[in-house]
Design a protein around this ligand. Structure first.
Ligand code: FDA
Length: 393
């Protein structure tokens, strides 16, 4: 295939945002080439959501995103809401299911969704060059020259859709940040997000003993609270509530865990006192035996509950609802679903995603300082920013 024609648009990155942008641009009759250094497009979509891809959410607002400018995502999300993506996948006959908190997943597998994106790109006459390394990008008269392992390519407009640092084994890279810096755009510090939290020393040992166990809890950190499952692992804590909390946790800070989020604990303890009932039996309704033993060894229940003082009950209620633990670190980019930080959104137009300092250069998807909470928000940002950019081009 001869790729040396002058392309209207080159998109670097054949992930969620790049594919969506490519189809949008292609449908306008423009010549579009998508380059990726990976052997296959959409590797993250394939493994996402445990292979079922939580591709969007029924309730998406700017509040579901972390970004230095909390208003930045509004424009793209309002012009391409989750209903628009749902309408598109329904047109293709995708089998999907709704799970808790408005999350939508593919019913059979994420590859169904990849096929849909591929079909859209084929219909829009998008050209692909996979297994292609980009060595250099430079602005030239009328556009850009992109030096690659398959030769020097040129285009009028260049879209950076190379994602972020999470999951390096899927060829994630900091390429987008380097390009941003090359053109004088600010890149905000990055850190792993939606990631398990590890522990050291005695807490590492204690938690590892409970490995495999899952509890329904509410985890609070940085003024946010997430009521979902928490999983004990050999390294520390994971599961949806912890992944969510990890976006807001910083080294040296505690996380606070409410172990009985569906109970009014103090009222229940007072009721037990009145009835002189067994506290252990009461806890046993909520927890597996293994956790009961662990908890009661560490935090013995008040002796003689029938005669316990209000202060004693209040202290025990706090212990159950504000269990403070100090993680030592996150599990890092190898295990993180997303990357916090990235290209400063002040550097690009929220309407077109074009760099303010470089005409014809666009940044979409996760490479930007936009991180969604767990629940399909990150893909919705990829779709919406891809469409906003593709439409503006
Ligand atoms: P994405 O990472 O998808 O694509 C970037 C592309 O650029 C890749 O194809 C890569 O090969 C290519 N590239 C990188 N550097 C390059 C270079 N130097 N040269 C050429 N090409 C280069 N989100 C969600 O909403 N629901 C979910 O269920 C999940 N689940 C999930 C599970 C796991 C394990 C992970 C790691 C992530 C998720 N996510 C998620 C997050 C979601 O996958 C992520 O936010 C989007 O894929 C981001 O889309 P982008 O297109 O921006 O980057």
């Amino acid at each position: 295939m001869n790729l040396t024609q002058k392309w209207d648009v080159i998109i670097i990155g054949a992930g969620a945002a790049g594919l969506m942008c490519a189809a949008t641009v292609g449908y306008q009759g423009l010549a579009v080439l998508v380059i990726d250094h990976a052997p296959k497009a959409a590797a993250k979509i394939r493994i996402s959501g445990g292979g079922k891809c939580n591709f969007t959410n029924l309730d998406v607002t700017a509040k579901n995103f972390i970004c230095q400018n909390p208003h930045f995502v509004k424009s793209a999300l309002s012009r391409y809401p989750s209903s628009a993506f749902i309408e598109m996948v329904e047109r293709h006959g995708l089998h999907y299911e709704q799970r808790e908190l408005g999350k939508l997943f593919c019913k059979q597998g994420a590859s169904d969704l990849i096929q849909i994106l591929r079909a859209e790109c084929t219909w829009a006459q998008v050209t692909f060059s996979l297994k292609t390394e980009v060595n250099k990008v430079q602005a030239v008269a009328g556009g850009f020259q992109v030096d690659t392992s398959v030769g020097a390519l040129s285009c009028s407009k260049l879209v950076i859709a190379t994602g972020a640092l999470s999951f390096p084994k899927l060829k994630a890279s900091g390429f987008g940040y380097a390009i941003a810096e090359q053109f004088g755009l600010k890149v905000l510090p990055t850190r792993p997000g939606l990631v398990p939290l590890n522990f050291e020393g005695k807490w590492h040992e204690r938690i590892a003993e409970l490995s495999g166990l899952s509890l329904d809890v509410a985890v609070s950190v940085g003024g946010k609270c997430f009521h979902e499952a928490m999983l004990f692992t050999h390294q520390g804590l994971s599961g949806p509530s912890i992944l969510q909390a990890s976006n807001y946790w910083r080294e040296g800070e505690p996380i606070q865990i409410n172990l009985l989020p569906n109970s009014n604990v103090l009222d229940d303890l007072k009721q037990l006192r009145k009835q002189a009932s067994s506290l252990n039996r009461w806890l046993g309704q909520f927890w597996p035996k293994r956790f009961m033993q662990f908890w009661l060894t560490l935090y013995p229940a008040p002796e003689d509950i029938a005669n316990a003082s209000d202060e004693t009950l209040e202290a025990y209620a706090r212990q159950l609802t504000e269990w403070s633990l100090y993680p030592s670190e996150t599990a890092g980019y190898d295990k993180a679903e997303v990357t916090l930080g990235g290209v400063d959104t002040d550097e690009v137009s929220s309407k077109t995603l074009e760099a303010k300092k470089q005409h014809g250069l666009y940044f979409i998807g996760e490479v930007l300082d936009v991180t969604g909470q767990l629940g399909g928000y990150n893909f919705q940002w990829a779709w919406a920013s891809g469409v906003a950019c593709g439409t503006a081009i």
